[in-house]
Design a protein around this ligand. Sequence first.
Ligand code: PLP
Length: 397
Amino acid sequence: MGVTLPRKDLFETPDGVIYLDGNSLGVLPKGAAARATTVIEAEWGNELIRAWNTAGWMDLPRVVGDRIGQLIGAPAGSVATGDTLSIKVYQALAAALKMRPGRRVILSDSGNFPTDLYMAQGLIGTIDKGYELRTPAPEDVADAITEDVAAVMLTHVDYRSGRMHDMAAITEKAHAMGAVMIWDLAHSAGAVPVDIAASNAEFAVGCTYKYLNGGPGAPAFIYARPDIVADVDPALAGWLGHAAPFAMEPGYRPAMSTERLRVGTPPILQLAVLQEALKVWDGVEMADIRAASIALSERFALEVSNRCPGLTLASPADPALRGSQVSFAFKDGYAAMQALIARGVIGDFRAPDIMRFGFTPLYLDEDDVIRAAEILEEVIRTEAYLDPAYQARSRVT
Ligand SMILES: *Cc1c(COP(=O)(O)O)cnc(C)c1O
């Protein structure tokens, strides 16, 4: 058994807010602001350039990668951090295609997050060698893995519905067909137990501002299976992925580890904040997180189904088949979410009609989700969402 959940005292949740959007941007951990101040004033301010050595800045991407690795079942040294998830998707995909030179198909699914698909489309255009992106429905993906597929690139937990792919079974099928497997763990890391090494997948990528609470724009991560690192040809051959960056050699020579998937100068402020944020996981067992997450999402789904018959569950009803979120379809979903947010319950909206609620057992308990369902019921029953104030769409939904 790990530490007792929730750990609300480790977070700065604003008064009067029930936060059901930790799947999009996690809550501010208590130590983060002080750490940012230390980096800015003591390290940058006083140490200046020396801080790369004296404050451990140069090691930070690896140290933080190792801590993330513990949460996703990756061995030390196999996770690199930096850039954004979109970039890491591109790098993994480009490397995977190089590993299967005779094949021309990238297989994903129609539910994947748009940027993952866009990165694949952009890469295909750049290579310009007749590659094809196939996106069958998520439930048809396993059958669509054929012997012409170079890389299977899937997001483990669907951002919209929460539906979760069977990582072990799909990876096994990909390998049986000779394809390289890439998992996007954006909605998995810190949300559900993941054993990426046991899955045997070649690559995994993810972001750290969702369930890992690293803050807006926190760096992404990429895992490469240690035994294939020597076959990973970095498409973005940046100097910090070089075997000896400060040798300043004119030719690129990749580092002999996942470090070769680093690109340029690491975002030290964000990495330091992320390192601080990851401390809330000390002593936490992912199995306990999963059990608490299922209890919270089941309770919320039951309350909402009973209280709001006009909303349709848009996630798998079986909690074993979904990640740490529950979505409901509702025709006035955007406005209803705005009305809900105005009443202190924060979830989010994904087009065309999905009201999305994330469950983060580190800082949520049963009373929170029951209260949230009560307020949602009030919004729906009184049709508060018809107020014109809730109709105008902001840039971020
Ligand atoms: C959140 C998310 C992203 C975001 O990518 P960024 O480059 O960090 O903006 C990408 N893919 C998936 C599957 C996501 O859930």
